[in-house]
Write a protein that binds this ligand. Structure first.
Ligand SMILES: Cc1cc2nc3c(=O)[nH]c(=O)nc-3n(C[C@H](O)[C@H](O)[C@H](O)COP(=O)(O)OP(=O)(O)OC[C@H]3O[C@@H](n4cnc5c(N)ncnc54)[C@H](O)[C@@H]3O)c2cc1C
Length: 451
């Protein structure tokens, strides 16, 4: 197989180190290296590799930055890991508020190029993921409350189908009613329907005036209630993030910072100076009504960047605080926003009752929260306890009209929960999968059970 692949792509490896880094993720899902890693440098190479693999029934697992959290990139059936990291072309269409980017461009790299034109790309998962991987997981993050996630930003895609055919659904226009929305179908498909090689993405103008704020609360309940009140009152927030005391303790040690170690909301407001000043005051009042102990607003760009960098490092801070050898578990349910206070209370009670030291953080404006804790991957009892907590959280969310994953996706870890949430849809999903990937070579065993 290696010799065939070398005739189709310039960069192919079957070295132990390449195979090992493409056979695991940050979680405790068991590792399984691919047989080969291919680093295509053009859509023609992707097409050639897929046509070859499709003919021989060899599994192909697309790989971006490998930051997904549900075993997505683990080649459970072996085969080829297709690392799109070398597709890094970027073209900014400033007048159209859009950019064309290769699948391997990271969101940080796109933002560096967009900022040269006074523009930015808002979708912001904590990690510096690739745009192809972000589209494939329908990523979202801290700014989704204001700007939406990946699906709201993908205008068009270039996708290579399992048999090597290249298709280009979508257009550069901001809207279209031209038939089925195929571009949106590939967003969130986790590499199971096609390989994204290029994206046309919507950009936004960098706001003239931005303020970040930090509010502390006597307990989690009060912090969540303040967030829900802000969303309900129509205050134009750009970000509203919940961090609990444990997370702030870990962050203070990790970043040598001195944030008060109390349940907190990290907030951001952006727009015109007059508008933002009014929004910040309205938010302050809503926080004080929930007994906030402090509310500190910050205009300085460096201080704002420090605050959001700290938020983005929260998971790494918690991982660093965990015993060595342990792996990180981050749950990811999302509930209708009115259900959020009860959901966070339920989550806190759940981990306390089991004696698990867990942090709770969340993009609470969207009703999305994560319970994070460390797990010894060698300890079956610890894994069972982690699965039990996950199970209870998902059951709680589904019973209240929520979803088993707000942003991380299904991967390997949530196949059973997708069935619980949408069992009636599974035959339709299987039909779509069979139409686009009849030989089942694309990321087998993810989203849907194999076979
Ligand atoms: C610290 C931390 C914080 C995080 N916070 C968030 C968050 O706030 N919001 C959020 O949404 N996620 C978050 N994540 C999860 C992760 O960053 C996202 O899922 C991200 O979108 C994955 O991108 P990636 O490039 O790493 O993709 P990978 O992990 O490499 O791949 C993810 C999936 O997409 C498929 N894929 C990758 N590239 C392509 C392609 N070009 N074509 C087709 N399929 C492809 C893969 O096969 C796989 O199924 C976080 C992760 C970490 C480690």
């Amino acid at each position: 197989m290696i010799a065939d692949l070398r005739s189709l792509a310039a960069h192919v490896s079957d070295g132990a180190s390449d195979r090992s880094t493409h056979g695991e993720d940050l979680t405790y899902h068991p590792a399984r290296p691919p047989d080969a890693v291919v680093y295509p440098e053009s859509v023609a190479e992707v097409s050639g590799v897929l046509a070859f693999a499709n003919e021989r029934g060899i599994p192909v697992v697309p790989f971006g930055a490998g930051t997904s959290l549900e075993g997505h990139v683990i080649p459970v059936a072996g085969g080829i890991s297709l690392d799109l990291g070398r597709l890094t072309r970027v073209e900014v269409h400033a007048a159209d508020l859009a950019a064309t980017a290769g699948a391997g461009v990271t969101r940080g790299a796109l933002n560096r190029r967009a900022s040269e034109h006074g523009l930015f790309f808002p979708v912001d998962p904590g990690a510096d993921a690739t745009l192809g991987g972000m589209a494939a997981t329908n990523a979202s993050g801290t700014t989704t409350i204001r700007f939406g996630g990946m699906r709201a930003h993908v205008l068009a895609l270039e996708v290579v189908l399992a048999d090597g055919t290249v298709i280009r659904p979508g257009s550069r226009a901001f809207k279209t009613s031209a038939g089925y929305n195929l571009a949106a179908l590939f967003v969130g498909s986790e590499g199971t329907l096609g390989v994204i090689t290029e994206l046309v993405l919507r950009l936004h103008g960098i706001p003239e005036y931005t303020v970040a704020a930090r509010a502390t609360f006597p307990d989690l309940d009060a912090a969540v209630s303040a967030a829900v009140a802000m969303v309900g009152s129509g205050v134009a927030i750009t970000r509203v993030e919940l961090l609990d005391a444990l997370t702030l303790h870990a962050l203070n040690r990790y970043k040598e910072a001195a944030y008060p170690e109390a349940p907190s909301l990290f907030l951001e407001f952006a727009g015109t100076e007059t508008g933002v000043t009014g929004e910040v005051e309205a938010a302050r009042e809503l926080c004080l009504a929930e007994n906030a102990g402090s509310f500190d607003a910050e205009r300085n760009e460096e201080a704002r960047n420090r605050l959001w960098e700290a938020r983005h490092h929260a998971a790494f801070a918690l991982a660093a605080a965990a015993p060595s050898g342990s792996k990180f578990k981050a749950t990811d349910v999302c509930v209708p926003v009115s259900e959020l206070p009860g959901a966070v209370r339920h989550a806190r009670g759940l981990v306390e009752a089991r004696g698990i030291e867990a942090s709770i953080i969340g993009h609470v404006g969207d009703g999305n929260y994560h319970v994070g804790f460390s797990v010894d991957p060698e300890d079956p009892e610890a894994i069972a306890a982690a699965e039990e907590v996950n199970h209870e959280l998902v059951a709680y969310a589904l019973a209240r009209g929520g979803t088993c994953t707000g942003e991380h996706g299904i991967g390997l870890g949530k196949i059973g929960y997708l069935e619980a949430e949408h069992g009636d849809l599974i035959p339709v999903l299987r039909g779509i999968k069979h139409l686009l990937d009849p030989n089942g070579i694309l990321n087998p065993g993810k989203i849907l059970r194999s076979g």
